[in-house]
Ligand binder design. Structure first.
Ligand code: SAM
Length: 284
């Protein structure tokens, strides 16, 4: 066990400073002061960081701290902390560590009993959640799904019965497929897509996943908030499931294999899929 009284000791400190996700006015006075007072600022992209720092007349020395070079970079930062320097870690936007680098340096700094202190600010996921209209009492921040569609689908299958609101980050070029996959795996649940938060083109789109299939041309930075699983009310759209089965049969798959594949992909029980498929083919 370890106890850290951040402001009652003289230990060097690693500050985790949240920075704006669009609107620069969201950088707090406290964050500006910390960024001015530390010995070094470690950041993902030194050019991006300089734009922010110049805006606030912050002249602190800047160091690169990359995801792909986290082991070496974190050792370098630990060296600086050992020499008595205070360091602020920032990411390109929002909180460091939240779908951004920083986990390793935080672990190492804690292991060496340096202070690790967060300086609050915006984070896209929370920003979207509270205005989504979905239940914000309990939620899971998931971040990005895997870039490979098959792996992403498996991740969704694992989340299918998670009972609380889910928060995803997504890139604009993948959002259409992700919405389609969400509908296929989760059925027709409520969602809120939050785009370009805090910027001039900020937009919230609220509706159901089935409606989301009509969305086109979604640009900019995107957070997707999706309703959690509800045992009594989650309605599976078996019409859509049957269409998927029929499409596979048309491609030459046997009905048995098509049912097996669609059950696996949607996370639904094979017997249920089979029963509904048979029902839809009963001749009255
Ligand atoms: N560390 C950041 C945070 O605390 O939110 C997240 C960084 S992650 C690399 C970048 C992703 O965050 C974007 O692809 C998008 O999904 C989301 N994001 C960041 N800024 C956003 C904004 N202004 N509006 C909507 N989503 C945003």
């Amino acid at each position: 066990m370890q106890r850290q009284k951040s402001y009652l000791n003289e230990n060097p400190t690693l500050y985790l400073v949240a920075t704006p996700i669009g609107n620069l006015k969201e950088l707090s006075e406290r964050a500006i002061n910390v960024l001015k007072e530390v010995d070094y600022i470690a950041c993902e992209d030194t050019r991006d960081a300089r734009i922010l720092l110049e805006h606030f007349h912050i002249e602190t020395r800047v160091l690169a701290y990359h995801n792909f070079n986290e082991i070496n970079s974190s050792d370098g930062l630990i060296d600086l902390l050992c020499k008595g320097n205070d360091i602020a870690l920032i990411s390109d936007a929002g909180y460091p560590l939240i779908s951004d680098p920083g986990y390793l340096i935080v672990q190492k700094a804690i292991a060496m009993s340096f202070n690790v202190v967060t300086i609050s600010g915006p984070s896209a996921g929370l920003h979207a959640l509270v205005a989504s209209g979905l239940d914000a009492r309990h939620y899971l921040y998931y971040g990005f799904l895997n870039e490979r569609a098959a792996k992403a689908k498996n991740e969704l299958i694992n989340l299918k019965t998670f009972p609380y609101t889910l928060i995803f980050y997504e890139a604009p070029h993948r959002i259409k497929n992700t919405l389609k996959m969400l509908y296929e795996v989760f059925g027709d649940r409520k969602f809120c897509l939050a785009r370009e938060l805090t910027k001039i083109h900020e937009e919230y789109i609220r509706g159901t996943l089935k409606e989301a299939l009509q969305l086109d041309d979604l640009r900019g930075e995107i957070v997707l908030v999706v309703e959690g699983y509800k045992k009594d009310t989650d309605v599976v759209d078996y019409g859509q499931i049957n269409t998927q089965i029929e499409a596979l049969i048309k491609e030459g798959m046997s009905s048995k294999d098509a049912i097996k594949k669609v059950s696996k992909e949607t996370g639904l029980a094979k017997n249920d899929v089979y029963r509904h498929y048979l029902d839809s083919h009963k001749i009255c």
